[in-house]
Design a protein around this ligand. Structure first.
Ligand code: GLY
Length: 355
């Protein structure tokens, strides 16, 4: 067990990390009213654990899945908080994956202008990334995470206990974010390469999670509100990943991040940003997690959705964060037409139309 601290300007956030942290820290959560937000999948698996740990709490269950990240579900949560009689000294507990953490975080930020929240992430993706750092959001009009707030959880409890029930697809999704950290941090990259034959094991997830959180904690401590340039590096591969995710909607967020990184590496090599041999090694790592990379027929059209990306200063100039060399990333900014054309070229390359 270890504690990792984010000393962000808005608040100190403590991440309790490791096996046994749920049993040790969850029963200590205190407030005048505990409001647990979870989803239908997590509730089906852990309703007894929830009841036994948070006796007397109100439990609010939302439907599992990304489609729940909308304002109707948010309003349902806020109305539930009013009916439960929560006050400024109550506490919200977000027990679930990225969707639960994002929407519960936003509800906690809005209710009475902000009440305490504790995040208890139950997926690899939410453990290594989304539960940490205080980004909260819902989607609106087909744009991902467009309405939200920076709102730090006072505590995050990251216990691998929940990974035991995680389907392989969810592990792959979380590994998408772990590979992202591999593009930012030499130690994590080396560990991914060294353990490339056991990436899907629970033991590897448990080993790599604190390293990812430590990296994120450093970044968030110095650039909490994503304005200084450091935090946007956490978006490596996400520009194209989010565009594909919104356009195709078939795979998980983490898989689209990996696919997006693959496509962006093609652009980075074409523009001479990334050395071809490092790009080959990084692409081999991506394929260890996803297998074959799809050559989307209308990839250039899908790429146009990237105009909504929050890293862009104007919608016509697309910002990409790409792996440059071991432990180093770089930002590329290019006109949307050139970006879409290169994405289309990569799809064609993947199809074998170009060598
Ligand atoms: N997931 C990216 C960030 O928290 O900034």
């Amino acid at each position: 067990m270890q504690d990792i601290v984010i000393d962000a300007p808005s608040m100190r956030s403590v991440i309790h990390c490791g096996s046994g942290t749920f049993a040790r820290y969850a029963p200590l959560i205190q407030g005048n009213g505990i409001f647990v937000i979870t989803d239908s999948n997590v509730h089906r698996l852990y309703s007894d654990l929830i009841e036994n740990t948070f006796a007397g709490a109100t439990v609010h269950v939302i439907k599992a899945g990304e489609a729940s990240k909308n304002y109707n579900v948010l309003l349902g949560i806020l109305r539930g908080m009013i009916s439960a009689g929560l006050t400024r000294s109550s506490v919200v507990v977000a027990l679930g994956g990225g969707v639960v953490g994002d929407i519960a975080g936003l509800a906690a930020a809005l209710y009475m202008r902000g009440i305490k929240i504790v995040q208890i992430p139950t997926t690899l993706l939410s453990q290594v990334d989304s539960s940490v750092g205080g980004k909260t959001a819902i989607d609106l009009d087909g744009v991902k995470n467009i309405v939200g707030a920076f709102y730090q959880p006072e505590e995050v409890i990251v216990d691998p206990l929940f990974l035991a029930t995680l389907p392989r697809r969810e592990l792959r999704c979380g590994l998408g974010e772990v590979v992202k950290y591999g593009g930012l941090d030499a130690g994590i990259y080396d560990s991914l390469v060294k353990n490339s034959d056991r990436l899907f094991s629970e033991e590897f997830a448990e080993e790599i999670t604190p390293a990812c959180i430590r990296h994120k904690a450093k970044v968030v401590t110095c650039d909490e509100r994503d304005v200084g340039g450091a935090r946007k590096t956490l978006n490596l591969g996400h520009t194209t990943g989010h565009a594909f995710e919104l356009y195709y909607k078939r795979r998980s967020h983490g898989e689209y991040v990996l696919i997006g990184t693959y496509y962006e590496l093609y652009i980075a090599c074409k523009l001479g940003v990334t050395d071809a041999s490092f790009a080959d090694d990084f692409r081999a790592l991506i394929k260890k997690v996803t297998g074959r990379i799809p050559s989307f027929g209308d990839a250039a059209n899908a790429a146009l959705v990237a105009k909504y990306d929050k890293k862009n200063k104007v919608q016509s100039q697309i910002s990409l964060i790409v792996p440059k060399e071991r432990g180093v990333c770089e930002e590329i900014v290019l006109p949307i037409e050139q970006y879409a054309a290169l994405i289309g070229e990569c799809a064609a390359y993947l199809k074998g139309e170009k060598a």
